[in-house]
Each structure stands twice: as C-alpha cells, then as structure tokens.
Design a protein around this ligand. Structure first.
Ligand SMILES: [Zn+2]
Ligand SMILES: [Zn+2]
Length: 129
C-alpha cells in the first residue's frame, strides 16, 4: 500500500475544514460539512485522514464526547471546557499546572487541561423551566 504523502485535495479539504472552525468537530461533522462539495467523499476517508493528521501531530484530539472523538486544529497550548449536557467544547487560556510533585516524576513540557460542566446556554435552559 502506498504511503499517502502525495497531494490530495480531499486531505487538504479535511484539514482546512478542521482549521476553519473552533467548534472542535467530530469526524461526522467534517464529513457532513464537506460532503456537498465532495460528493464522492466517504466517512472512512475522513476517519483515515484524521488518524493520519493525528499521527503527524497536525491536529490534536480533545477526547471522546458522546462516543465521538473530537478534534482541534488549533495546536497552540490552551485548555478546554466541555459541556456534559450538549457536548459543546469551548477554548480557554492555557492553565499553568506545575505542582511541586512534578520534580519527583520528571519535567513536564506541556499539559492538557479539560474542564467539565454545564455551559451557559444549557444553564439558561435549566433555569427557564
Ligand atoms: Zn451545553
Ligand atoms: Zn481548542
């Protein structure tokens, strides 16, 4: 099997799709966005390219929300907030986490911090009824 290093319009469309949004999309979201422009696109192609981007360190994975992996095209260090109710992912500034115990285990180079809770929209809905 050929290594997919050659120029591929689908590959580029998938990457630019992820980079053009801050909604931290799932593979299915990317697929639904691109399908109208690329009629022969398959979900398997999206998954394959996402796995490749992830391996290459071009994108990062935030985690699995409602059984779907969510991706971030923004590689700069930042923290995330995930709403447990609607699955929304919001960006937050990077949190400085350097506990004194770190010296006992090693030297950290980066950290990924994720907060879980209920977003303002879902909070508003809850207080309405
Ligand atoms: Zn929410
Ligand atoms: Zn992010």
């Amino acid at each position: 099997m050929e290594r997919a290093t050659r120029h591929s319009p689908k590959r580029e469309a998938i990457l630019s799709c992820i980079r053009s949004t801050d909604c931290h999309p799932s593979a299915e979201w990317v697929y639904n966005m691109l399908k109208p422009q690329i009629p022969d696109l398959s979900l398997a192609t999206v998954y394959r390219n996402l796995a490749r981007f992830r391996q290459d360190g071009v994108i990062r994975v935030i985690g699995s929300i409602d059984g779907q992996e969510r991706y971030d095209g923004d590689k700069s260090p930042h923290a995330h907030f995930i709403c447990r109710d609607c699955g929304k992912v919001a960006d937050l500034p990077q949190v400085e986490v350097n506990p004194p115990e770190m010296a006992q285990v090693g030297r950290s180079e980066n950290c990924s911090v994720t907060f879980y809770g209920c977003c303002n929209e879902c909070l508003a809905k809850k207080t309405q009824n």
